[in-house]
Ligand binder design. Structure first.
Ligand code: SF4
Ligand code: SF4
Length: 428
């Protein structure tokens, strides 16, 4: 595609990146067929090709209005279009650049700006979010059913194995997941421990991966959060930790792209490159260690029917497809078919709050497909999708690593025999 960006913009790294992405697009429209918002709204400007055109027009100095902003806001950044595109157009990066440019031109109403600032403030602060969640759980019985259903139940984390192996990895803590579902990271640590890898939790330092800020066009804040994480993780990488494990695929794809985010930061570009190179979703480690882990699975615990929801950030962002399903099936779980698995569930970070109508329709469609074959449990790989989906179904929604954790035989967790049984046991 021919481009003629505004001269001032064309001289910036973001402008050059956007120009290269725009030039890769041949406007074929294949991506439109797999775009969830186009499928729902049937408007070319609510599909990837139309949005690319709007961004091109804006970056070339054409008219930019609130309508332009609305079409970009309605994009889920699910990146399904990237998977479909035969020309390798990096739409996710382009829409980040385009949104920021349009926001700088059009601005936000005071209400919208305040709502976005409150969301960032509330979600980026672990103590603030944790306190709000505790309050919400207390008030849940008195809230309207829709709002109450969106507040996740408390689940205990269980034990975190003490480091005992020469092989070590870091577990990135993130922002909201430790409050909502501390069991996910702990289950990851237990599974990896059984595979001969100790998982180290960093309680001080790191935090939000920056995705939330990035997608809300607060790019400087996203970069600052990435630098903070790199500073917290770096000493452990220097001491030999071999990977940064990110158990929420939404955060994982952000960390995997720290190299792009900080490519022009002279102090951090190199470190960001190394962090991005060692960022891992847990399925990548579990797949690598599966030959030893598979022998530890207690298949008597594997009778459940499971519907797997592959988060967009896992399949389109990290481009990991089929691995979780293979591991769960090999562990003996019965995976049921799920139609339209490539489509977003509508969670998409803060999207379900900022675009509630579209998000609710996508959630209803996703739950319909997930529940069509009567699963006992829905498995996912991203905390945002899990809480979004759980608010609409009584079927338990769990991270897949929790299911695997429950099926591994842990000698230390076997029930302690009763006093009488101990007294009767033969002395070795
Ligand atoms: S993004 Fe890719 S699939 Fe979509 S119109 Fe451009 S080249 Fe075609
Ligand atoms: S990221 Fe998702 S919602 Fe946005 S244009 Fe691409 S397919 Fe459509």
């Amino acid at each position: 595609m021919e481009t003629k960006l505004l001269p001032a913009l064309a001289a910036t790294p973001e402008g050059q990146e956007a120009e290269a992405i725009l030039r890769a697009c041949v406007h074929c429209g294949f991506c439109t067929a797999t775009c969830p918002t186009y499928q729902l709204l049937r408007d070319e400007l609510d599909g990837p090709r139309g949005r690319i055109y709007l961004i091109k027009q804006a970056l070339e100095g054409g008219e930019v209005t609130e309508k332009t902003q609305l079409h970009l806001d309605r994009c889920l950044t699910c990146r399904s279009c990237e998977t479909t595109c035969p020309s390798g157009v990096r739409y996710g990066r382009l829409v980040d650049i385009g949104r920021k440019f349009v926001e700088d031109r059009v601005g936000r109403s005071p209400t919208d700006a305040a709502r976005r600032a409150a969301l960032r403030r509330g979600l980026l602060s672990r103590p603030l979010f944790g306190a709000a969640l505790r309050l919400g759980r207390i008030a849940k019985p008195f809230l309207p059913s829709g709002l109450g259903a969106s507040i996740p139940e408390r689940r205990d984390a269980g034990t975190w194995p003490a480091p005992r192996h020469a092989r070590r990895v870091l577990v990135a803590q993130g922002c909201v997941q430790p409050s909502i579902a501390p069991n996910i990271d702990a289950a990851t640590a237990r599974v990896l421990d059984r595979a001969g890898v100790s998982a180290i939790r960093i309680d001080d330092g790191g935090g939000c991966c920056g995705a939330l800020s990035q997608h809300l066009s607060e790019h400087d804040e996203a970069k600052a959060l990435a630098r903070r994480n790199i500073d917290a993780w770096w000493p452990h990488l220097e001491r030999g930790a071999e990977a940064v494990v990110v158990t929420a695929s939404g955060c994982g794809v952000m960390v995997r792209e720290y190299d792009q985010l900080l490519a022009h930061d002279v102090d951090y570009a190199e470190k960001a490159g190394r962090v991005a190179a060692v960022a891992r979703d847990p399925i990548e480690l579990v797949t690598a260690e599966w030959p030893s882990l598979a022998s530890l699975v207690d298949r008597q615990r594997a009778s459940r029917r499971v519907a797997f929801q592959a988060p967009c950030t896992l399949q389109h962002g990290l481009k990991i497809r089929g691995q979780v399903e293979r591991v769960l099936a090999d562990a003996g779980l019965r995976l049921v078919p799920v139609a339209d698995g490539h489509l977003c569930c509508g969670s998409a970070g803060t999207y379900s709050i900022l675009q509630p109508d579209i998000a609710a329709r996508l959630k209803a469609d996703k739950l319909h497909n997930l529940q069509a074959n009567r699963p006992d449990v829905i498995a996912s790989a991203n905390i945002g999708c899990m809480t979004h989906l759980q608010s609409g179904t009584p079927v338990p929604v769990r991270h897949w690593i929790e299911l695997l954790d429950e099926m591994l035989a842990y000698p230390a967790q076997r029930p302690i025999p009763s006093r009488a049984a101990r007294d009767e046991a033969p002395v070795a």
